[in-house]
Design a protein around this ligand. Structure first.
Ligand SMILES: [Fe+2]
Ligand SMILES: [Fe+2]
Length: 374
């Protein structure tokens, strides 16, 4: 039986995790009433209360608890309504290591998060979109070395809004693609599968928030433009394709916490923001739940205080911090908290002298053809 198998898998973790097993949703809920719980994992097929109903109640009553769902072999697609209630879904049979990692990630975010207030805010209904679906599917397909352009393009094309957004982004001046991009397939072949997958993630994230993030003074469009500029500045800071792609992803998502706060109705954002802006930790928390690579999560979480991450050499954390500061500088944009570039930090890492080069890169991106083209 599934429960027994999981119980056996978790036995080795008994010293680190305090795990409890229940046969019904009602038993689990009554336990949770008296015992604060970090993570709930449930099978979808349970009776009388099924897994989706259980997660719905958990979301309502314990928004700070991480919700994991095991679905049947048919996959997440056919069980979408249930999957949306979960922070992460797994189709059976699933790899025990994958489950373990998901739970460990959940613990890490629990530890990394600063306050209960923040957890409740992020976990509450409507504030936190579930793992972006198209992105997850692309990630899964691209893990297969035989995955080709056509396969990737066809997954994206199933979502018309995302396809349009992608084509629009690929044609923007940021990418300097020589020919006009007319299709998802073109975009994928010009930009490469990995970069396209990241643009899809960004489009999905913004789409997920568009309905809810309607706050006075908050512009989703401006947020997106800023994310995209920071991403492109950061991407230009490394000559290594893979590294540059990671920098790009972290740049795109660095302020995602601002969307969460806005859609959670945190109008008193200024009051919520401590010395280190809260949106940075909220964003890192969300991305951890989504299973985004940890270096990217760390860069998002530390983009306003890179030295706290204690990097020993120039890398993703510093790149995103610098790109963010430069983006504010070259666009004179003050929509979000901007921290001045941490020069001591850059000096320590021996990269302070590269700032002028990075600044002109940022200026180029904003005014590609010189001052008169702006
Ligand atoms: Fe920020
Ligand atoms: Fe920013």
């Amino acid at each position: 039986m599934v429960l027994d198998a999981i119980r056996r898998q978790f036995y080795s973790q008994r010293k680190e995790w305090d795990s409890h097993f229940f046969l019904t949703g009602a038993e689990a809920l009554s336990f949770m009433e008296d015992h604060p719980t970090d993570v709930v994992m449930t099978d979808l097929n349970m009776a009388p209360m099924n897994g989706a109903e259980l997660l719905g109640v958990v979301q309502e009553r314990f928004p700070g608890t991480v919700r994991l769902l095991l679905t049947g072999a048919a996959g997440v697609k056919s069980t979408l309504p249930a999957a949306l209630l979960a922070h992460q879904s797994f189709s059976k049979p699933c790899d025990p290591m994958e489950l373990r990692e998901a739970i460990e990630r959940a613990f890490r975010t629990r530890l990394a998060s600063t306050t209960d207030r923040m957890r409740d805010l992020v976990g509450s209904r409507g504030a936190l979109p579930s793992v972006p679906e198209v992105y997850s599917e692309l990630t899964r397909v691209m893990n297969d070395p035989d995955a080709g352009l056509n396969e990737v393009a066809s997954i994206i094309e199933r979502d018309a809004a995302i396809s349009m957004k992608l084509i629009q982004l690929a044609n923007s001046s940021m990418f300097a693609v020589a020919q006009r991009v007319e299709s998802v397939r073109d975009a994928t072949s010009y930009l490469g599968m990995n970069l396209v997958r990241m643009l899809v993630l960004s489009a999905e994230v913004h789409q997920g928030f568009s309905a809810s993030a309607a706050q006075p003074g908050f512009s989703l469009h401006r947020e997106q433009a800023h994310g995209s500029l920071v991403a492109n500045i950061a991407r230009g800071m490394s000559d290594e394709r893979e590294v540059a792609d990671r920098f790009f992803l972290a740049g795109l998502l660095h302020d995602v916490g601002r969307l969460v706060l806005a859609s959670a109705g945190a109008v008193d954002q200024a009051a919520l923001e401590g010395e280190v802006p809260l949106h940075a930790s909220v964003g890192a928390y969300l991305l951890t739940l989504w299973g985004i690579p940890l270096p990217v999560v760390e860069a998002v979480g530390r983009h306003h205080d890179p030295s706290a991450a204690e990097p020993r050499k120039f890398g993703i954390v510093t790149a995103v911090h610098v790109a963010d500061a430069l983006a504010h500088e070259v666009t004179l944009d003050d929509h979000a908290p901007a921290t001045p570039m941490d020069e001591d930090h850059l000096r320590r890492l021996g990269v302070l002298s590269r700032v002028p080069e990075w600044r002109s890169l940022a200026e180029q991106l904003v005014r590609p053809g010189g001052a008169d083209a702006a």
